[in-house]
Design a protein around this ligand. Structure first.
Ligand SMILES: [Zn+2]
Length: 270
């Protein structure tokens, strides 16, 4: 892949080998194989071509990877086509990766397509015990839908991006700190949260920071949403062991009813 730097326009070339080399230099705990993400709405031939290229690059990534103290995950592609997804799951799972990632979802396809693709993959991967990582997914209800389809691991810009827009995820549901009703509220963002923001600052202060466009506001909101996200994942994990999963899902779902839209949001900068 050759691209121009957004800073000075200089050309850069990224190959599977170079990508692995950079990740080894960064010292990431988990390195990802080099893959081609494609809009699942493209023609099937194009989606298939990107998938085959992803498989070739997966082998080259494995061959280039040298650090033994760093995990390397392979990435399944194949758009929202069940047959391609099955094929990709088979190809990636056959390789000696430390974990298996699902790429190419949450990029603007319908929510039902994302879920049915996860169903296909759960079946295709069967009892493969490696960690399964769903890339680019991260709203509170998404976690439940994906965990129920065998996903262990997530990463997403959503919690931090919505925080910067003033949307806070709390044990009582979403709240928008820009709403005027928070302007004089001396209470914390979330009384159930023990993050730095909730322990030390009021909704009124946060609302003021957002109105004044103070950078601290974005930071405090981000800190809270990341804390909430981690709390939710821990709660899900605990509920799976102690048998209270269904009731946890029900209570979170009641507070996070989806807002009309059926499409996943395109995440371009994750
Ligand atoms: Zn908090």
């Amino acid at each position: 892949v050759t691209f121009a730097s957004h800073i000075d326009g200089s050309p850069h070339r990224l190959t599977p080998e170079r990508s692995i080399e950079i990740q080894e230099l960064l010292g990431a705990d988990i390195a990802m194989s080099f893959d081609q993400l494609i809009d699942p709405g493209q023609a099937l031939e194009a989606v298939e071509e990107a998938m085959i290229r992803t498989h070739r690059w997966a082998e080259r990534s494995l061959a280039a990877h040298q650090r033994t103290d760093q995990a390397l995950f392979g990435i399944i592609q194949g758009g929202v086509d069940p047959a391609l997804r099955r094929r990709s799951a088979g190809a990636i799972a056959a390789l000696p990766f430390d974990g298996i990632a699902v790429g190419g979802l949450s990029v603007g396809e319908r929510r039902s397509q994302m879920l049915s693709t996860l169903d296909v993959l759960a079946e295709a991967l069967g009892d493969d015990e490696r960690v399964r990582y769903l890339m680019g997914v991260g709203s509170p209800l998404d976690f439940f839908d994906a965990v129920e389809r065998g996903i262990d691991l997530f990463d997403c810009v959503l919690p931090t991006r919505v925080a910067r827009n003033g949307q806070l995820w709390t044990s009582g549901g979403r709240l928008n700190i820009r709403n005027s009703r928070h302007q004089d509220d001396p209470g914390p963002v979330d009384p159930a949260c023990d993050c730095e923001t909730c322990r030390n600052h009021s909704r009124a202060y946060l609302a003021h920071l957002f109105r004044a466009e103070e950078l601290l506001g974005y930071r405090l909101a981000t800190l809270h949403n990341v804390t909430y996200t981690l709390w939710l994942m821990r709660a899900i994990r605990a509920a799976l062991t102690d048998g209270s999963y269904a009731s946890l899902r029900k209570s979170v779902q009641a507070r996070y009813q989806r807002a009309g839209t059926e499409a996943t949001s395109p995440v371009t900068d994750r």
